[in-house]
Design a protein around this ligand. Structure first.
Ligand code: AMP
Length: 198
């Protein structure tokens, strides 16, 4: 049973690390951003509801986001653990996740905070914009996303720190180096990866 959460500013490398850690711990990586993007790309009713928020770099309303996660966590593959990437992002979402987990008598094991300075994350996001053409990776929207993160999500670090759950990882360096740092920090907390090759 491994229940992890990755937190950090846009561009810190959460998505990349989430995929690798999910493999290492044999749990599903659950990314609300990916779920929303999938729905936008496939023109689903959910996609239609979230597109304008995403394009503006604003958060999708909590009620909608919480409902999506509640459904996802009920799927069979999440029963023995999961890695949340990009959720929760607001204090309301923290409270809702607490409720969802407590209903099954569970709680988070560790919150991994990936840090990266603003200049670095802006550079990474602009690079991703050039490579992947994400609608929310333009310079203006990136700046807004960073502001929203600072205002609404950074305070969550204190909430989880007060529970003794946060490990802080320097997000600078190669993908492999950052994964190794995270795996070492998790091992120190008694969370040991499985045998999958990364
Ligand atoms: P991400 O891929 O995690 O950067 O998410 C991309 C966009 O999806 C965000 O800028 C938000 O518009 C939306 N989003 C993803 N996760 C959440 C969340 N937990 N709460 C609200 N909006 C979210």
């Amino acid at each position: 049973m491994t229940r992890l959460l990755l937190i950090g500013p846009p561009g810190a490398g959460k998505g990349t690390q989430a995929t690798r850690l999910a493999l290492a711990f044999d749990v599903p990586a659950i990314s609300t951003g990916d779920i929303f993007r999938y729905n936008v790309t496939n023109n689903t009713p959910l996609g239609a509801r979230v597109k304008s928020f995403m394009d503006a770099g604003a958060y999708v309303p909590d009620s909608l986001t919480n409902a999506i996660v509640a459904d996802r966590l009920e799927e069979a593959d999440a029963a023995t653990g999961f890695l949340l990437d990009g959720y929760p992002r607001t204090t309301d979402q923290v409270a809702e996740l607490d409720r969802m987990l407590l209903a099954g008598g569970n709680q988070l094991d560790v919150v991994v905070l990936i840090t990266a300075d603003t200049e670095e994350v802006v550079a990474r996001l602009l690079k991703r914009a050039a490579e992947q053409g994400r609608a929310d990776d333009t310079a203006d929207v990136i700046r807004h996303r960073l502001d929203v993160y600072a205002e609404q999500t950074a305070p969550l670090i204190d909430v989880y720190s007060a529970r003794g759950l946060v490990v802080t990882i320097d997000g600078l360096g190669t993908v492999e180096a950052v994964t190794d740092r995270i795996l070492a920090a998790l091992a120190e907390r008694g969370l040991h990866r499985g045998s999958s090759t990364l």
